[in-house]
Design a protein around this ligand. Structure first.
Ligand code: PEP
Ligand code: MG
Length: 591
């Protein structure tokens, strides 16, 4: 974002467009969320703590080294020319993390001058950068670059010392529209929705995990909005429309009045939808559809309670593991799951075990990830594949879920299943944990909670008839199913037509999965973002789906769409869509 100093701020109204990710109108000043500023006063330590503080510093250095080695492996996926440009830089950083002047200097500042490691790194790096800049000679640019390299590596070490979250939102005033180049899912989990009027990022696609988290916050949000950060200065007044994907900077009074009118109309619409809370979700000919909620973050629970949801169809347990220094132990997890199960008051809660990997980074699991970074993390170790490699983690989570089952109905769900062997291996572990708890007399539900799987890879959808012999329920995850089937990243930027869950290929996989589940007499639901699109509900019903799980705020709108159609109309629509040649044709059918 441009800084105001010395630059005139344009008064003309400016419009930008991005991908609408979460509906609503937000009006407020824009501020950019930056990486936290690192500054440390010369904090002293006790002589008795020198060894411990030095060890903390050495840990941070080794952590930094690991990260850079991982980055270096990732570079192998880049074109050769880019590799040759970046590799020497990474090598320079790695060199500085060896027994370099920087590292020796920091050790001395800790040991002799009793400085806390954060301050020691800061001061030593600054002193070295100043010394480099003060050198004489012709290569001024080279000196500036080297000084910046020293500062950059010191920032990395300090981040690993303090384990600061990547973003800091604490300094932003309430009512702000939060802008950022990009947000990770873990950043989104730190956002307090009551503090913001809306969210904009320059990067990101509609069904990426960040988008999923932002929808859960219930704030208007637009991702992939190019140009806004460059055009705005801190505090620029803006209107964002999370349904149209429109951002207006420096709005005229006419635009402000129009936005306020839309805001009022939206509140009226929400009040009308709220009246549907108790109405049954059924077609005009009384085919009942079970509407459940997805839960990403615990503060969604009150909203879910008001949405008319019958239980939680997908609890993404990742939030429990994100933004923590240490992994949550069995007791901590048990408490979190129990609170959620109790809050649902007898309605079932489907807890998906940790789906980590790909774009869902979990810092506390850094030591668990493979030593060599994968060139294509979405195609490598992720979800159940990682959990089976780390049975200790898996068992802890299963034990906690089973203990929470004493508080109400629970189902356990496995993410990213591709092969029958994975379910069989998971069953062995699940049974073992169940028996162990029973043997110890731990209070759990009377009967073992059902174990089901996500169908989110084409392999799983195509093998659904076989997998149904081992799974007690299916949940179709169209976000990943679309990504893997169409070979198109779900976080692809706006305007990309590659990623589209309405492609008839995806619809066929949904249909076939439903048929396999019905033949095996196991329940099947759909919990990808497609479930939250009201216009898609009749199509999904026509494809045989009777249970939909979505973010709570979407339930009333989806219910209204269901109550307006007959099951015959749904069947007719699905038959046409299955025969369609492409997603545009399907979209036209949906009207
Ligand atoms: C999906 O892939 O559709 C899904 C529901 O899982 P997630 O979005 O958490 O990957
Ligand atoms: Mg998924």
């Amino acid at each position: 974002m441009r800084q105001t100093e010395g630059r005139p701020s344009p008064k003309r109204e400016l419009r930008f467009y991005g991908h609408p990710v979460s509906p609503g109108i937000g009006i407020g000043p824009i501020y950019e969320a930056l990486e936290p500023k690192l500054s440390f006063s010369s904090k002293k330590i006790q002589a008795a703590d020198i060894a411990a503080e030095t060890a903390r510093f050495e840990d941070a250095v080794s952590q930094s080294r690991k990260q850079l080695i991982k980055l270096k492996t990732k570079l192998s996926g880049l074109p050769e020319q880019s590799q040759t440009e970046i590799s020497p830089l990474i090598d320079a950083y790695l060199h500085m993390l060896g027994n370099s002047r920087l590292i020796r200097g920091v050790r001395t500042r800790i040991g002799d001058r009793l400085l806390a490691p954060e301050a020691a790194v800061m001061e030593e790096a600054e002193a070295q950068a100043e010394a480099i800049l003060a050198l004489t000679g012709s290569d001024e640019e080279g000196r500036a670059r080297r000084a910046e390299e020293v500062r950059e590596i010191s920032r990395r070490i300090i981040r690993n010392l303090t384990r600061l979250p990547f973003r800091s939102f604490a300094d932003l005033a309430p009512g702000t529209i939060l802008a950022a180049e990009f947000l990770r899912p873990a950043d989104a989990a730190l956002i307090q929705p009551t503090n913001f009027a809306g969210i904009i990022t320059a990067e990101g696609g509609a069904d990426g995990h960040t988008a999923v988290m932002l929808r859960a916050l219930g704030l208007p949000a637009i991702l992939g909005a190019t140009g806004v950060l460059e055009a705005a200065t801190p505090g620029t007044l803006a209107i964002i429309d999370g349904e149209a994907g429109e951002i207006i900077l420096h709005p005229s009074s006419k635009s402000l009045m129009a936005a306020q009118a839309r805001l009022a109309a939206r509140s009226r619409n929400l009040r009308a939808l709220a009246r549907l809370q108790r109405a049954p979700a059924e077609t005009t000919d009384h085919v009942a559809i079970d509407l459940q909620a997805n839960l990403e973050l615990p503060f969604e629970l009150p909203m879910i309670a008001e949405s008319g949801a019958h239980g939680i169809g997908l609890m993404r347990s990742e939030f429990i593991f994100m933004n923590r220094e240490k992994l949550p132990d069995e007791d901590t997890q048990t408490q979190i799951y129990t609170d959620i199960v109790q809050a649902m008051d007898g309605d079932p809660v489907t807890i998906r075990v940790l789906d980590w990997g790909s774009d869902k980074e979990v810092e506390a699991l850094a030591d668990y990830t493979p030593d060599t970074a994968e060139a294509n993390p979405a195609l490598g170790l992720r979800g159940i594949r990682l959990l089976l490699r780390h049975p200790d983690l898996f068992e802890t989570q299963l034990a906690a879920i089973l203990r929470a089952s004493a508080a109400g109905p629970v189902r356990v769900m496995l993410p990213m299943v591709g092969f029958q062997a994975e379910i069989i291996a998971a069953w062995e572990i699940y049974d073992r944990v169940w028996r162990r708890l029973k043997r110890r007399g731990v209070w759990v539900s009377e009967s073992r909670p059902p174990l089901g799987i996500m169908i989110e890879t084409p392999a799983a959808a195509l093998a659904a008839a076989h997998l149904a012999k081992h799974a007690e329920f299916f949940a179709i995850g169209t976000n990943d199913l679309t990504m893997y089937t169409l070979a198109a990243d779900r976080s692809l930027p706006v305007g990309s037509k590659l990623y589209d869950p309405l492609e008839p290929t995806i619809l066929r996989l949904i249909y076939e999965t439903g048929v396999a589940a019905n033949n095996a007499r196991i329940p099947v639901s759909l919990c990808g973002e497609l479930a939250s699109r009201p216009e898609a509900a009749p199509l999904l019903i026509g494809l045989g789906i009777r249970q939909l799980s979505m973010h709570g705020a979407a339930i009333p709108r989806v219910k209204r769409a269901i109550r307006a159609v007959s099951s015959r109309q749904c069947l007719h629509l699905a038959a046409q869509a299955l025969a369609a040649a492409d997603a545009d044709t399907v979209r036209a059918l949906l009207g």
